[in-house]
Ligand binder design. Structure first.
Ligand SMILES: NC(=O)c1ccc[n+]([C@@H]2O[C@H](COP(=O)([O-])OP(=O)(O)OC[C@H]3O[C@@H](n4cnc5c(N)ncnc54)[C@H](OP(=O)(O)O)[C@@H]3O)[C@@H](O)[C@H]2O)c1
Length: 324
């Protein structure tokens, strides 16, 4: 193998058609959004994960009504079948692919089956997600919190992409949408496991976008704020906070499908990002103040740091006495 550096002439023409497309579709999304959506998705095969609940469930309905062929993925088969049958009764096309995406072989199996059944996937929406709200100090003995979030939010998403990207690359057409959160900009306390997995997903998305920019394959990230779905229902404090409605969340998704923009981020996310870079210490103090102000129940089998440190010291002194 030669160690010589080899160069090629890069293709720059696609940048110009991409720019033109961007303005054309942005105008369409503002002026005639329903028609633009139909134009974008009619007859397209869309694999949507997390389709059994929350944002995914409602997005599935809208996309199917706009003429897309929906492949619905989640663990709950009964729920998926209910959603698919309601779509079919309205004259739409939806097929169910149940499975636990935390298992990477299941991700492969679902993609293989989907490609066998439909020949291609034009749009992949990585929407299935798991959130964990817990302080780092309460996760010392819960390393699996980090594993579970990474497994679903990051690894499963890129495993699906790895299966479906070759077809998109060969057709020089495709769109991968990764659902993230505004937490990536705001870094709220108690979400270390969840946010680390979404940061990883976004990191992958931006590198992929850069590598495929001269092709017809696009990558997008949706940075949702809190949305009123079953995901946030267990957290009492969110019941009293103003949060985004599922309908608005669905519109964000439809808008990014039309425009194929790289990111959808609201005003709060932009503000948080600016604060973080311009006034990093102030931003940290604001988050920390809110962190300290809200009491958090420790998990059932939690041992305080003092008890842990005491146990560790006892074990160490026991070992020393034993050696003596
Ligand atoms: N709600 C919010 O405040 C908020 C804010 C920012 C970002 N987000 C993101 O938005 C996306 C959608 O969330 P949502 O609010 O609509 O939540 P949701 O109502 O709890 O829905 C989560 C979906 O993921 C599926 N899922 C969970 N674990 C799975 C697994 N192991 N394998 C396959 N599917 C699995 C669930 O279906 P099954 O249980 O049937 O498997 C369900 O369809 C997530 O990526 C989330 O991180 C939500």
């Amino acid at each position: 193998m030669s160690n010589e550096l080899k160069f090629r002439v890069p293709r720059v023409q696609p940048y110009f058609s991409r720019l033109k497309n961007h303005w054309t579709w942005t105008a369409k999304s503002l002026l005639t959004p329903s028609q633009a959506l139909r134009e974008r998705v009619q007859g397209k095969v869309i694999l949507l994960t997390g389709a059994s609940s929350g944002i995914g469930e409602q997005v599935a309905d809208k996309l199917a009504d706009a003429g897309a062929i929906l492949l619905l993925v989640a663990r709950n088969r009964d729920k998926l079948e209910m959603i698919a049958s309601a779509i079919q009764q309205r004259g739409g096309q939806a097929f169910v692919y149940p499975g636990d995406l935390s298992d990477l072989e299941t991700c492969d199996r679902i993609c293989e089956q989907a490609l066998q059944d439909h020949g291609r996937v034009d749009i992949l929406i990585n929407n299935a997600g798991r959130s964990i709200r817990r302080s780092i100090k309460f996760t010392y003995h819960r390393f699996h919190d980090y594993e579970r979030t990474l497994q679903l939010n990051y690894l499963a998403s890129i495993r699906l992409a790895m299966n479906l990207l070759p077809g998109m690359e060969a057709r020089d057409e495709g769109h991968i949408i990764n659902v993230s959160t505004v937490g990536v900009q705001a870094n709220p306390a108690r979400f270390s496991a969840y946010l680390a997995s979404k940061w990883a997903l976004e990191g992958w998305t931006w590198v992929a976008a850069n590598e495929f920019a001269h092709t017809g394959v696009r990558f997008s990230s949706l940075n949702y704020p809190l949305v009123r779905t079953p995901m946030i229902a267990p957290t009492k404090i969110y019941r009293y906070m103003p949060v985004m409605s599922p309908e608005t969340a669905v519109n964000w998704m439809l808008d990014i499908i039309i425009t194929q923009n790289k990111r959808k981020l609201g005003i709060f996310g932009k503000g948080a990002l600016a604060m973080y870079y311009l006034l990093p210490k102030t931003s940290e103090s604001i988050v920390n103040l809110s962190y300290q102000s809200v009491f958090e129940e420790p998990p059932a089998n939690y041992l305080s740091s003092k008890v842990r440190a005491g146990n560790a010291a006892n074990t160490a002194s026991g070992k020393r006495q034993h050696r003596a």
